[in-house]
Design a protein around this ligand. Structure first.
Ligand SMILES: [Zn+2]
Length: 384
């Protein structure tokens, strides 16, 4: 491997943490990930990867990176997101944007969730830069996982990359994950008519309709729990959480409008569009009877549930290599997008979810070497 410039692990981790890449649905916090993508592409090109930067539509500061070593169909995709959540600087003991070593840990924003994963991936692939690959080795770096998932959506729309297997290095504590629930965030808007409170006939009370709507949603939730059950999850049924309600303005006015926001956690096998449609069919008669307008729409685009195949060769390998049986998790990832693109997908990474999205986010140094070895084994098995 002489002649190939290989940045060392700590230098890579340092640089990745130094480049801010916060993503948020709040525009004042949202930064974009382009500098991280260019940094990764620069390193990987030097190492011999062929790099394609895929811009995100209508987001000039955001892009995905597909870096490929070798050619041909199939291959192993090592995937991660390059964005981080926002941070509370005053709650951090360390500078979130510099790599700090302490207590056998690396600290920094995104070290665990999950820019740190790219450092370990680059370290693992170094051994195979000159190896004859029978299937390509693909490093995939995405945008906006923590906010809109626009990166994964853009990849799904482009149908790229076309790997056969994908490992998503989200923080799973080195345990292979083959299932998670999907999520919908929805808003019901009820528009009635305000009027003087002394005579109910002077208006149409949106809050009273909301009361009936809530009762119906709770009955719907009960039915869903009877119909869907997956013992692979800590909460085995789908859930609906009534999150917030806003309506009206004054005790002596008939409430003219009411918004009700809720989330739905979908089990694998459930479809967000179908669910929204059947809920609408139950709510619209209530609105008609009360003579108010009612709409039900997504606040954010939904994320599908993820369920890998239990007899997946990749999952089997990950179980053998880590010594852990596959499990489900309570958070969402980009895995359902990759899975839908035809890739056999497993979520498996070195960080712990307890440290993700927290002040003083860290990655234990004990995880670094085993993860690099695990990735090397997977590369040998699926690319050589
Ligand atoms: Zn993450």
């Amino acid at each position: 491997m002489s002649g190939i410039q290989q940045p060392d692990l700590k230098a890579v981790l340092s640089r990745l943490i130094e480049i801010p890449s916060v993503s948020s649905t709040q525009p004042e916090l949202d930064m974009g990930n382009m500098p991280v993508i260019h940094e990764l592409a620069g390193w990987l090109e030097t190492m011999g990867f062929c790099c394609e930067i895929i811009p995100i539509p209508e987001a000039p500061l955001k892009a995905n990176l597909i870096a490929t070593l070798g050619s041909g169909p199939g291959g192993l995709v090592l995937a991660g997101h390059t964005d981080t959540v926002p941070y509370n600087e005053n709650l951090w003991q360390f500078d979130p944007f510099s790599l700090n070593e302490s207590d056998n840990r690396f600290y920094g924003l995104g070290i665990c969730d999950m820019k740190g994963f790219f450092g370990l991936v680059m370290e693992a692939v170094k051994d195979y830069l000159k190896a004859p690959l029978k299937a390509p080795l693909i490093i995939l770096a995405t945008a906006d996982e923590e906010s809109s998932m626009s990166g994964a959506r853009a990849l799904a729309a482009a149908g790229k990359p076309r790997g056969r297997y994908a490992v998503v290095g989200e923080p799973t504590g080195m345990q292979p994950v083959y299932m998670h629930k999907g999520i919908m965030m929805e808003r019901i808007r009820i528009l009635g008519q305000s009027g003087h409170s002394s005579n109910p006939a002077l208006g149409r009370n949106a809050m009273e309709t909301a009361h009936k709507v809530i009762t119906e949603i709770m009955a719907f939730r009960e039915e869903l729990a009877g119909k869907y059950n997956n013992p692979g999850f800590a909460v085995p049924t789908p859930t609906i959480n009534l999150g917030c309600i806003h309506g009206g303005d004054n005790p002596n006015r008939i409430c003219g409008h009411c918004d009700l926001d809720f989330d739905v956690r979908l089990l694998p096998g459930m479809d967000s569009r179908e669910l929204r449609e059947s809920l609408k069919q139950r709510l619209l008669p209530i609105a008609r009877a009360d003579n108010v307008k009612l709409s039900l729409d997504a606040i954010h685009e939904s994320i599908d549930p993820f369920a890998g195949s239990a007899d997946s060769p990749l999952l089997k390998s990950c179980e053998n290599l880590t010594g852990y049986s596959a499990k489900s998790v309570a958070f969402t990832t980009e895995a359902p997008f990759f899975s839908r693109m035809g890739m056999d997908t497993v979520v498996l990474g070195p960080g712990d979810i307890d440290q993700a999205h927290q002040p003083d986010e860290y990655l234990s140094m004990d995880r670094i070497h085993p993860t690099i070895e695990l990735l090397r084994s997977l590369i040998r098995q699926f690319c050589l």
